[in-house]
Design a protein around this ligand. Structure first.
Ligand code: PMP
Length: 391
């Protein structure tokens, strides 16, 4: 056959996630931990690596890790699901609670994977945009829930890429207002120290998502977990891939979780550095900084696209350009890096802003218009572009 029958029409709206292969000396674009795993953990793993069974399938339900996570959270293993990153669990939730004739309530601007997974599972998305300060339009959310049409609500707390927390009392109102599944995505919990865990007993529709990718230096291995009522976990078990979390990742994540106190001082350092970035950025004229409870900071600045290019090409500092995402016009997001990386970023910002002469702005603006025009020409009508994923 020379022709190929087309896939599901919904895929026309999607662009595959493809991190641009951008090289930079200072990478502050993906909310990763600035440090690799602590040396003593790497040595412990290295000593045992020769005896690791690469030839055996992994434990499909990651029993050991699940048990540890359950115990640490005062729960039973039946309340925990371990996945191939939080991403896989989000997808599993859309597979189980979304699908054709089902509806996700999304609160953009937020982590774009919710809407992307909704599209790939054929789920209808109702969006309630956040207010200008990125707080949730609480009344509009409660009104949308009151229709009874929503099957799943997702609230990132703190929100990525805006960094702010929602009001706990509002989250409780949401849990009371609906029997829809309420996913509270706590990917940045270790930095915000706020959790909805105490509300699990009263609200069986609450799912909490966490990850090893941020505070535990494990973005490269892909391990995340969900805490939920056992009935929710058993539904997710039906749709998940049986061996999605490989044996090596389970082994390393188990060691990391056992040693999690070792990570506390680096978490505190990151929180201190976050404050330094917040202060440093607010002292720059023309920069509007949004408060953050996570390991990144969102800021707004005129001609953000041009500044992004200048930071990269002149200073070799890579941040996330969100300036084309709806609601995030002229916004960039910087991950909290090591003290040296943060200093380098702040110096690059001060330098780039001080050199923004009239002519430079005009040239950059023209270049950006050109880039926008060619993007518009080459892209179909996508609802979410990969750059808006905001990892
Ligand atoms: N949720 C949020 C809000 C995120 O920002 C991310 C990644 N940046 C994830 C979930 C997924 O994380 P991972 O797949 O690395 O566990």
């Amino acid at each position: 056959m020379e022709s190929i029958r087309p896939p599901r029409p919904q895929l026309e709206e999607l662009i595959p996630y493809d991190v641009k292969d951008v090289k930079a000396e200072v990478i502050l674009s993906s909310n990763e931990h600035p440090d690799n795993l602590p040396g003593e953990i790497v040595e412990w793993l290295a000593d045992r690596l020769p005896r690791f069974s690469f030839n055996r399938y992994p434990d499909p339900t990651a029993k050991e890790l699940r048990g540890l996570i359950a115990e640490a959270n005062g729960l039973e293993p039946g309340n925990v699901l371990v996945g191939n990153g939080g991403d896989e669990i989000i997808f599993d939730i859309l597979l189980a609670w979304g699908g054709p004739e089902r509806t996700l309530l999304d609160l953009p601007p937020t982590f774009a994977m919710y809407a992307i997974d909704a599209t790939s599972t054929g789920t209808t998305v109702i969006s309630v945009p956040r207010n200008a300060d990125f707080s949730i339009d609480e009344e509009a959310v409660l009104a949308a829930l009151a229709t009874g049409d929503v099957d799943l609500v997702v609230i990132a707390n703190p929100n990525n890429p805006t960094g702010n927390l929602s009001n706990e009392s509002f989250l409780i109102d949401v849990l009371n207002a609906t029997d829809a599944l309420v996913l509270v995505d706590e990917a940045y919990f270790e930095f915000s120290r706020h959790t909805m865990r105490p509300h699990m007993e009263r609200h069986s529709n609450l799912v909490i998502l966490r990850t090893f990718s941020k505070a535990f230096s494990l973005a490269g291995l892909r391990v995340g977990y969900a805490l939920a009522h056992e009935d929710v976990i058993s539904e997710l078990m039906k749709v998940r891939q049986p061996y999605s979390v490989d044996a090596f990742s389970q082994w390393v994540a188990t060691k990391v979780f056992r040693e999690r106190v070792v990570f506390q001082s680096a978490i505190r350092d990151i929180m201190r550095e976050r404050d330094r970035l917040l202060h440093g950025l607010s002292s720059l004229s023309g920069v509007q900084v949004f408060p953050s409870e996570a390991n990144f900071v969102l800021f707004r600045v005129d001609q953000a696209g041009a500044l992004w290019r200048d930071l990269l090409h002149t200073h070799s500092v890579l941040v996330r350009d969100l300036s084309r995402a709806p609601g995030l016009e002229d916004c960039l997001r910087v991950t909290v890096g090591s003290p040296q990386e943060n200093t380098r970023f702040l110096e690059a910002m001060a330098h780039a802003l001080s050199y923004r002469t009239e002519s430079q702005l005009i040239t950059n603006d023209a270049a950006q218009r050109h880039e926008l025009a060619s993007n518009a020409a080459s892209q179909s009508q996508s609802t979410v572009s990969p750059e808006e994923v905001g990892y």
